[in-house]
Design a protein around this ligand. Structure first.
Ligand code: DC
Length: 246
């Protein structure tokens, strides 16, 4: 049953842009004492290197981009795997506008996709993980222990994203503009954003993030209870670490 390697437990969370995948995945990982892997961050790190080194995006060659990507490493931290570019954290750079503008192009390159998939699969060797992305349940871990596909109404996704970015209540006109941008991004990433047949569809339009997390954690525990727990952390509280198929 395990989607990763050995005894690791894999939860795949896929869905469109701004559906809350990454923050939900991190929260679920924290609750279960798993590590979070944000696969989109790897596409972003490869794109950041291309922005630094390759000039205008329409001339980027796949072979060159994938060669640059070898300077990106995925390093396990306390609660998540973090991408490093030439050994340095680059969170601000990979979330910036230049990278966001070009990342869909890089994510269409098959060699880059193969590289990302390899990094993510390697992270799950010996670690139980919550991985978020677009194709985690279909391509990267088709045997994941639990698959979730998160969706939300585009207007609501835009409203949440703007509220977070601006730190205030956005105006209707701002939400309308952001909704349009999101819908365009969804279209660019549509080919690889696929709900696995065995994924649980979770529409979060009317859910708080705490409710989403609670549901996913409950599902994970239900799946795990049909498996044999092979390691339980100490410190008095029973913190499930990893499982073996029953
Ligand atoms: O989720 P995000 O915005 O950080 O993703 C960045 C880009 O990478 C976006 O264009 C979608 C793409 N992506 C993908 O194609 N497959 C994944 N598993 C994760 C992200």
């Amino acid at each position: 049953m395990s989607g990763g390697s050995g005894d690791s437990f894999v939860i795949a969370i896929d869905g469109p842009a701004a559906s809350g995948k990454s923050s939900t995945a991190q929260w679920v990982a924290d609750e279960l004492q798993f590590l979070h892997v944000d696969s989109g961050a790897l596409y972003r790190a490869a794109t950041a290197l291309a922005v630094r080194e390759l000039g205008a995006a329409d001339s980027w060659e796949e072979a060159r981009v994938v060669e640059l990507a070898s300077d990106v490493t995925l390093v396990p931290g306390k609660t998540s795997f973090e991408p490093r570019i030439r050994g340095e954290a680059a969170e601000e750079e990979i979330r910036g506008a230049d990278v966001t503008k070009c990342v869909s192009r890089v994510a269409q390159m098959p060699a880059v996709r193969a590289w990302v998939n390899e990094q993510v699969r390697r992270a799950a060797v010996g670690h139980s993980v919550v991985v978020d992305g677009r194709d985690i349940g279909t391509v990267v871990f088709p045997e994941a222990d639990l698959k979730i596909f998160l969706v939300a109404d585009p207007w609501e996704r835009a409203r949440r994203r703007l509220t977070q970015r601006l730190g205030r209540r956005p105006a209707e006109a701002e939400i309308a503009e952001e909704t349009e941008r999101l819908v365009q991004r969804d279209a660019k990433d549509a080919t690889q954003t696929v709900q696995a047949r065995d994924a649980v569809l979770l529409d979060t339009t009317y859910l708080t993030q705490a409710e989403q997390v609670e549901r996913i954690v409950a599902l994970a525990r239900a799946v795990a209870s049909s498996s044999r727990i092979v390691e339980v952390e100490d410190e008095g509280s029973r913190r499930v670490r990893s499982y073996r198929p029953a």
